[in-house]
Design a protein around this ligand. Sequence first.
Ligand code: GDP
Ligand code: MN
Length: 377
Amino acid sequence: MKIHEYQAKEILRKFGLPIPPGEVARTPEEAESIAKKIEKPLVIKAQVHVGGRGKAGGIQFAKTPGEAKEVAAKILGMEIKGLRVKKVLVAENVDIENEVYLGIILDRKSKSPVVMVSPEGGIEIEEVAKKTPEKIFKKPINSLDGFLPEEAEDLSSKIFQDTDLRLKLTEILGSLYDAFYKKDASLIEINPLALTPEGDLFAVDAKMVMDDNGLFRHPEIEAMRDLEEEDPTELEAKEKGLSFIRLNGNIGCVVNGAGLAMATMDIIKHYGGEPANFLDIGGSSNPEKVTTAMKILLADPNVKAVYFNIFGGITRCDDVANGIVQSLNQMEVKVPIVIRLTGTNEEKAREILQKTDLLHVPSMAEGAKKAIELAKE
Ligand code: GDP
Ligand code: MN
């Protein structure tokens, strides 16, 4: 789950990170009254779940509360990379002499958190990785031992020569790791960490992505979920107990079990097709889940064919077949449907489907080929 910059900053502030004073505003008037409290030059920042806001005009400066109100009015309602700005962070403007990158990610390759630092701050780290990979310094962390002070010191020394700054950065890295670990994050980025002319360090930007599987331990973070920023279809699916992820292709897949869902997407790709989604209706036989799944898929104009691939275990094939027939009665279906049902109560399912003109196929591969062919028509 992604959270906004202002939310990440609220969390990180509690871990002792140096965060410039600031608060979130939903209206120009709110921005003005926050500016009055801060009593310093300000930066007004669009709060949307994407990076590169600076370039898109979503980050602007203001000197007075009145100006903050005007600037906020400009940024609120702006569209950045397809997302409408509904909130702005009003914060104290930090004087920046130099920008540094700090990041912690959960790395699959080393199966551990990896702490990264780079003197090339303020640019997307992917860019740095492409052009000057030698300027990114990384340390995989043994999560049993934790992030050791000497490891943090070693990374700091790659950024600063000055002893005082090195000590400050070492402490910042330690707190950042503490937050990453205790809050079950899967990513934290401070880009940039700003060095001021006075020699202070401030986290000017903060990005935090939470590990969904750890969210149950952090109800205060779950409460930060911004429903307006999430795909409404994915949310509806979640509410109904389906796992749904939208993809770019044109074949809607309805599958039970995450493993089978992956295999189904693979086989569609293998035969030259593109799945429109990942959709797992799970291990129950509730016909309502099938109807919801159909509703979600058919609402997507990119879906040109639907492929049901069900392996009946706990899920009973006849329940799924009934769900399909029910949903066909409830809604207008304009795209072809290909069905492969095998396992528990397969015979009964076949009887149900035989009464309809739905196409059912005996194997997974055949179903995939047929769905690809029909999607082209
Ligand atoms: P992003 O573009 O979405 O990553 O947003 P950032 O918060 O990282 O801001 C982008 C750039 O704007 C930073 O790299 C800074 O150069 C600049 N910026 C952001 N906040 C401030 C600030 O308080 N003071 C100054 N002087 N520049 C800032
Ligand atoms: Mn940034």
